[in-house]
Design a protein around this ligand. Structure first.
Ligand code: ADP
Length: 403
């Protein structure tokens, strides 16, 4: 059974086609610069790779390009669109409505639209992708997999902000959390690797990529997470501030006369590792600059690691018993120096880090703590697309049984 996984952004369409028989990737690609004068298609299937310019003024056109590539006699992998059994869609915000992946009905689309104000950059292109995909594959189930859904098990004390209660009731202001599919995938996989039943597994998952978030997982469920109403809250990220004193907003407005839009850009696009280092938002470039003696680059890594370490401490207190700390995402999987800065010197908390094993671990499943560590520290590469494909298959099969 072939499952197509779609991640539709404002100017790009990413896709992966899985053969669920062996969970192998048959083809993957991206249409970039949708809506611009010239768009690009990158497509690969096994050894075959193509990149070409194309016209994709909107998401419907981007879907046409993807379908042409999948059907192509040379680099294609399917004979007809009927070979695709179901389509899974990454949707960023499911608010309080969606606690798990769901088959997409008109009502589901309406709810995704109702949440536009909570995710103005993500939910509109996600919905545009769903509409285009339903036109392109009209007779198969489409399934939405929400970034927020995994965190809907958080208790109220974890998701409420100490604002007047009406703002929660009337404006839905609360912590939602994101990266849920990644936190779910790596926590499940870590439990499997350690041979602990998922429903009894307590861990802290650290998704450190361009966006970064940590989640406290108790008995396999999210009980707290570092991102909030929006992905701005939490640890330091590539270009986002993470936690900071909200009074900085008033101070900047009064002192510099910054507008809301200017501050939105400042906190989301110009801060974080980029703002601190002045070098880049990319950890590899910051690391290189730090090695070369750049003080601000060193400081950026230092602040980044310190904040993650603080969250780990907080979440160990939340969980009581922590079986594992799990690193994932581009930085979590690759940057051994950052993992080391986060985890060393925590023996009093039961974390005995193995620097040797850690230094040898890149983008692979591995345990990087010592045998005598009460808390296992691990690296588990994330695979959100595979989990979306698995969910899509499960939901599609359940729906087929019902009808
Ligand atoms: P996204 O959140 O966009 O999916 P990724 O998970 O790919 O991003 O993470 C991107 C981050 O991972 C960047 O900061 C990048 O520098 C970092 N990264 C990737 N490879 C390495 C590496 N070998 N060493 C250090 N950092 C790395």
């Amino acid at each position: 059974m072939d499952i197509l996984v779609i991640n539709s952004g404002s100017s790009s369409l990413k896709y992966l086609l899985f053969d669920m028989g062996n969970e192998g990737v048959l083809a993957k690609g991206i249409v970039e610069k949708i809506g611009e004068e010239t768009s690009f298609l990158k497509h690969s299937a096994g050894e075959n790779e193509i990149t070409r310019e194309a016209k994709a003024p909107d998401h419907d056109a981007a879907f046409d390009l993807m379908i042409q590539a999948l059907l192509d006699k040379g680099h294609g992998v399917i004979q007809s669109t009927d070979d695709v059994s179901a389509v899974g869609h990454r949707v960023v915000h499911g608010g309080e409505t969606f606690v798990e992946s769901t088959v997409i009905t008109d009502e589901v689309k309406q709810t995704i639209e109702d949440y536009f104000p909570l995710a103005p950059l993500h939910n509109p292109p996600n919905l545009a992708g769903i509409r285009a995909a339903q036109k392109a594959f009209p007779s198969v189930p489409h399934v939405a997999v929400f970034d927020t859904a995994f965190h809907q098990t958080m208790p109220k004390r974890a998701y409420m902000y100490a604002l007047p209660y009406e703002l929660y009731e009337e404006d839905r202001i609360r912590k939602y959390g994101f990266h849920g599919t990644s936190h779910r995938f790596v926590s499940m996989r870590a439990a499997e690797i350690l041979g602990i039943p998922r429903g009894e597994f307590n861990c802290i998952t650290c998704h450190l990529g361009n966006g970064c978030s940590l989640t406290a997982v108790r008995d396999g469920k999210s009980v707290d997470t570092s991102m909030g109403l929006t992905p701005l809250e939490g640890v330091v990220m590539g270009t986002r501030t993470g936690d900071f004193d909200p009074a900085i907003v008033f101070y900047l407005a009064r002192r510099r006369g910054y507008s809301l839009d200017e501050m939105d850009k400042l906190f989301n696009k110009q801060s974080g590792l980029l703002g601190l280092s002045g070098v880049s938002n990319d950890m590899r470039e910051i690391h290189e600059a730090a090695e070369g003696g750049n003080e601000r680059a060193r400081l950026a890594i230092d602040v980044f690691a310190y904040r993650v370490r603080k969250y780990i401490g907080a979440y160990m207190a939340v969980l009581g018993r922590t079986d594992a700390i799990v690193f994932t995402g581009g930085i979590g999987e690759n940057a051994c120096g950052v993992r080391e800065a986060i985890c060393t010197g925590l023996e009093p908390l039961g974390i005995v880090f193995d620097s040797g094993k850690n230094a040898a671990t890149r983008v692979e499943e591995a345990i990087v703590s010592g045998a005598d560590s009460r808390v296992t520290v691990m690296v588990v590469p994330t695979n959100e697309e595979l989990l979306i494909a698995r969910d899509t298959l499960a939901v599609a099969e359940k729906t087929a049984v019902k009808t």
